[in-house]
Design a protein around this ligand. Structure first.
Ligand code: FES
Length: 357
């Protein structure tokens, strides 16, 4: 099945998680089961025509494979075309284009691991999938979750977390923090920051030397500060993986500096996708993904903001410069991978391979 293929899947259930978050569950026909098989921590891109325009967005999978279903969690964001549409207009029975699960927010889950998760807001969505899966299938593993929200009411998946806690009391440790609501225990109030982590460590409620993997999911500032805090605490080979989620009301800023400096009359980019070679002509300041869309060439993409990594490809010839990158790891950049939604050609000829992994 091709990388750019999507299928129309029917929404079988809609659950309102908070006053600003909803979960969509899709009916996956048996014949498409292998295509939509996923690893907990992955996402799917959804696409729908909204006001006459195709709008594609990436959402993390919230269900666990053990549930035998495919669900995504969607939080309404200010001015969010898709999230507002999902919240206000979708109904059970409606069909949406759903792409193949993708993403790298996972590790090899083994049977005897202590996993630490730090999530904020809708960053809980891939985390709940992993926690659910690990508790139900890895019977000697433990999970610790530090979960930050504005208020109790805005906390996604609180009931599901509590239910998991009740059934796995010995193996799950939940710590909630609220930034906009007074708490009886003062420590629970405020954002998850360096001070809170250091206090948990000093009070021996958190022992980083026992952690086998750290997962960070939320806004950039939380991810950066936690990476700094844990740099000196985690063992050298302990995986630290992160997934960026925009915080409420934030939009991806547009920086055009890179494009202006590289302004060219015309650039041709050759791409390999699903085994086929195609040529794309770029107009001035146009991204490779936007140029492909204009020329009706299907390439994998979703966020168009350097965050989801769906448009990851290998630069086989020529050079590009990246405008924004929130998802490629350093080693991937060193190997020549780039993000087509953020890459601008520096040379006259560029060849990008979307089939390289
Ligand atoms: S489309 Fe998401 S990083 Fe390019």
């Amino acid at each position: 099945m091709y990388k750019t293929s999507a299928h129309l899947l029917t929404i079988s259930k809609i659950s309102f998680l908070t006053s600003e978050a909803v979960e969509l569950t899709f009916d996956v026909p048996e014949r498409l089961g292998p295509y939509y098989a996923y690893t907990p921590g992955q996402y799917v891109a959804l696409e729908e025509n909204i006001l006459g325009q195709p709008v594609r967005r990436t959402y993390s999978i919230s269900s666990a494979p053990t549930h035998g279903k495919l669900s995504v969690g969607i939080k309404k964001i200010f001015d969010g075309k898709f999230s507002n549409y999902a919240f206000d207009c979708l109904d059970v029975g409606k069909k949406l284009r759903v792409f193949k699960p993708d993403g790298r927010f996972f590790i090899d889950y083994e049977d005897n691991q202590n996993l630490l998760f730090i999530a904020c807001g809708s960053g809980i969505t891939p985390v709940i999938s992993i926690i659910d899966f690990v508790l139900k299938t890895k019977h000697n593993s433990t999970v610790t979750l530090l979960y930050g929200n504005k208020t109790i009411e805005s906390t996604m998946y609180r009931e599901r977390l509590e239910a998991l806690k009740n059934s796995h009391l010995e193996r799950i440790f939940l710590n909630y923090f609220f930034s906009e609501e007074k708490q009886e225990i003062e420590f629970k109030q405020g954002r998850i920051d360096r001070g809170k982590i250091e206090s948990l460590i000093n009070q021996r409620q958190l022992n980083p030397s026992n952690v086998d993997a750290l997962f960070l999911c939320g806004p950039q500032e939380m991810i950066s500060s936690m990476k700094e805090v844990f740099a000196n605490h985690l063992g050298t080979n302990v995986p630290l993986i992160s997934e960026l989620f925009l915080s409420d009301n934030r939009v991806i800023e547009k920086k055009k500096g890179v494009r202006k400096n590289l302004r060219r009359v015309k650039t041709f980019v050759k791409v390999k996708i699903d085994g086929l070679i195609k040529d794309i002509e770029l107009a001035d300041e146009e991204t490779i993904i936007d140029a492909a869309l204009r020329q009706k060439i299907e390439l994998p993409f979703s966020c168009k903001g350097g965050m989801c990594c769906t448009c990851r490809c290998l630069v086989k010839e020529g050079e590009v410069v990246l405008e924004k990158n929130y998802s490629l790891e350093k080693w991937e950049e060193e190997m020549g991978f780039t993000l087509a939604c953020q890459a601008y050609p520096k040379t006259d000829n560029v060849f990008l391979d979307f089939d390289a992994s």
